[in-house]
Design a binder for this molecule. Structure first.
Ligand code: BGC
Length: 686
């Protein structure tokens, strides 16, 4: 008997009550079970950054166990800053293995909503403002998770792009923007990543709740994309029994008991009994749930046990941390700091010894340990350097002046000064957005004053979202962005600061100069009250700044290195198939400096004189290349019709127009090293 036949057999043996018990939470993170048929409960855990500590069955309170600490890999935005698809796989594989060891069937991860506003409280849990980058990272991550026999659950489907008003906001967006910007990551997760589960979003879209949305779930996800896995509601994101049953929700989860009163519990059972909902609808849900159970080996005699808190996972976290750190500015070769010359180093700022892993809401991790930046510097510098720490700022305004004065005093006489500022999870957190882009707690004044007494001061920003850096960014010569880079963050930061590791992170999101420059805010469509219209359409992130010719503070794809790279010998080979759009772009890249390093080369496509409005350019390829000093490598990037197409609302299909295009290859979206024109002769629909 094949799996589908075994599922059919199980379904025939189950009572209505038993079947319904699989479709809703029986505790906060578990469904019901049918023990007599060997069907055990499906167990879930947050993600995405590590396996969440164990909670009580019916309230969101930790059980306080001794053995439920886990690996804190890093915030997903830090992973995205690596632009490294192999690390995405390893992150997934590591966390999937930990989920397994902790007895979890479904990991509620990854979160892949598009970063529409720089203020969104969950930007740190997401990947990027760019759908291509999201798609390329989410697929290996899902593969990594699911190869461990853990189901990934990609979330939040869809348009959950703000936390403020997330429960009631009704998003209005064009079909074109939906298809080109907000859905590609989910589509890739389903079609290429073969993800086993998808979580609905809290918000509404065109008047209907996303957890039971006919167009999103039935028509697109299960219809067009052929998704045969399980749709899970966000916790308490379900609002109606008949709609949930008929519009594609398979499991209703929630935040409060009594679980048997959930829309997909007793009311669902009654609606089937009274004939309001057909039993076939229920059977389809049960089939999907059992299919997931088979896929992750729940019916196998022997299942791999998984493992957690391994040295290997901690090392994965360290490697991601290292590669995520993004060098935003480095003038006069200020960085890296030269260890030999450091008799004293002033380390300033609350974020130097702030633990980050456990904050932020459902993604918080009870980390087995977390190395703070201050600890990392102690580990790296040892006895030979005196580290003098001053907190510099705090969220108590009464202390600001005194803390600042102390910081300025220690900075004046030190050989080197490093200020750790930015955000923490009081700012970057689920359930609310930030209210502005400014650094909190008087950090701008602190940085400026410290710089005034010691112009060699370096700033290291922690955080998961864009921040304003006014006015000090004009002056300060060295700025690193360290995100929330996991349990080994402090070690990774110290290695980069002192030059043992060459930074190679690139921004997966634009840092605007001012909030008003960013699309959602400049057009005034945020946060809405009950509804918000994404009037910027497809012009999200760099697509907007490019169109409006607004200079960002740091552009999408930006990130410097301690070495230099030279691009040469660009060749464009047109395979001539599919209307001339099977194109290979190749070029050489050479490390022309004296440090080993990695460069993420980026390929953008621009349509010249398009018939339909298009973004100035769009990311359509990238590759991270590791090079020894003096080494040259040939890079090839391939393109196909999808690289040139846009969503045609009229035809409800993807369309590639004939015409001239420019291919732009560079080190960031605004540091283009070559351009080459091509002429596509044929138009095609995809
Ligand atoms: C979040 C989800 C999370 C769930 C369970 C919700 O509030 O939006 O991302 O997985 O809670 O903790």
């Amino acid at each position: 008997m094949n799996v589908e036949e075994r599922i059919t057999e199980l379904i025939t043996k189950m009572t209505l009550e038993e079947k319904v018990s699989l479709c809703h939470g029986a505790t906060l993170f578990k469904t019901g079970a049918v023990e007599r048929l060997g069907i055990t409960a499906v167990t879930m855990s947050d993600g995405p950054h590590g396996i969440r500590e164990e909670l009580k069955d019916d309230v969101f309170e930790p059980l306080g166990l001794a053995e439920d600490a886990s690996t804190y890999f890093c915030a997903l935005i830090a992973l995205a800053a690596t632009w490294n698809t192999e690390l995405a796989y390893e992150y997934g594989n590591g966390i999937g293995e930990e989920a397994k060891a902790r007895g979890k069937d479904i990991l509620l991860s990854p979160g892949i909503n598009i970063i529409r506003t720089p203020l969104c409280g969950r930007n740190f849990e997401y990947l990027s403002e760019d759908p291509y980058l999201v798609s390329k990272l989410v697929v290996p991550m899902i593969r990594g998770i699911q190869e461990q026999g853990t189901a990934a659950c990609v979330k939040h489907f869809a348009l959950n792009n703000q936390e403020t008003n997330r429960l009631q906001v009704d998003v209005r967006v064009s079909d074109r923007a939906l298809r080109e910007i907000y859905l590609p990551g989910f589509k890739a997760a389903v079609e290429e990543g073969q993800v086993y589960a998808v979580m609905g979003a809290y918000n509404r879209f065109r008047g209907q709740h996303c957890c039971h949305h006919e167009y999103l779930l039935k028509d697109i996800l299960k219809g067009e994309w052929g998704f045969d896995g399980v749709v899970i509601s966000d916790w308490s994101g379900t609002h109606d029994t008949v709609e949930a049953a008929n519009c594609g929700l398979d499991i209703e989860m929630g935040t409060i008991a009594p679980f048997e009163e959930y829309y997909l519990a007793k009311p669902f059972l009654n609606a089937i009994k009274s004939g309001m909902i057909s039993e076939a609808v229920l059977d389809d849900k049960v089939r999907r749930i059992l299919r997931l159970a088979f896929r992750i080996g729940k019916f196998d005699q022997v299942r791999p046990k998984g493992s957690f808190n391994t040295r290997e996972h901690q090392f994965t976290s360290l490697r991601i941390g290292r590669e995520s750190i993004t060098l935003l500015k480095n003038e006069d070769g200020l960085l890296p700091l030269r260890k030999e010359a450091l008799k004293t180093i002033a380390v300033i700022g609350d974020n130097a010894d702030h633990l980050q892993g456990s904050g932020g809401g459902s993604s918080g991790v009870k980390a087995l340990y977390e190395v703070t930046p201050l600890q990392g510097l102690h580990n790296k510098l040892g006895e030979n350097t005196e580290i003098i720490f001053a907190r510099g700022y705090s969220n108590d305004p009464a202390k600001a002046e005194e803390l600042r004065a102390e910081a300025v005093r220690i900075a004046a006489g030190a050989d080197a000064v490093v200020i750790f500022g930015g955000l923490n999870h009081g700012d970057d957190a689920e359930d609310h957005d930030r209210t502005d882009l400014k650094l909190p707690n008087g950090q701008n004044e602190l940085i400026q004053e410290v710089y005034n007494v010691n112009p060699k001061a370096v700033v290291i920003l922690i955080g998961g979202s864009p921040m304003e850096m006014d006015p000090w960014i004009q002056d300060v010569k060295g700025v690193l962005l360290a995100w929330y880079s996991g349990m080994e963050a402090g070690n990774a930061i110290a290695e980069v600061l002192l030059g043992d590791v060459n930074p190679s992170g690139k921004l997966p999101v634009t840092f605007p100069r001012r909030l008003e420059d960013s699309p959602a805010h400049s057009i005034g469509e945020y946060p809405g009250d009950t509804s918000v219209e994404y009037k910027e359409g497809i012009f999200v992130g760099y697509r907007y700044y490019d169109k409006k010719e607004i200079l960002p503070l740091f552009c999408f794809g930006h990130g410097l290195s301690y070495t230099t790279f030279q691009y040469s010998d660009l060749k464009v080979f047109d395979g001539g198939r599919n209307g001339g759009a099977n194109i290979e772009v190749s070029f050489n890249i050479r490390n022309t400096g004296s440090a080993e390093g990695a460069e993420t080369v980026q390929l953008y496509v621009k349509s010249i004189q398009p018939e339909t409005e298009r973004p100035v350019m769009e990311l359509k390829g990238f590759k991270k290349v590791f090079l020894e000093p003096g080494e040259t490598q040939k890079v090839s990037l391939t393109m196909d019709p999808s690289s040139f197409s846009y969503y045609c609302e009229e035809k409800k299909a993807w369309r590639m127009d004939a015409g001239k295009y420019e291919l732009l290859v560079g080190s960031s979206s605004r540091d283009i090293r070559f351009t080459e024109k091509i002429d596509l002769k044929h138009c095609s629909m995809i």
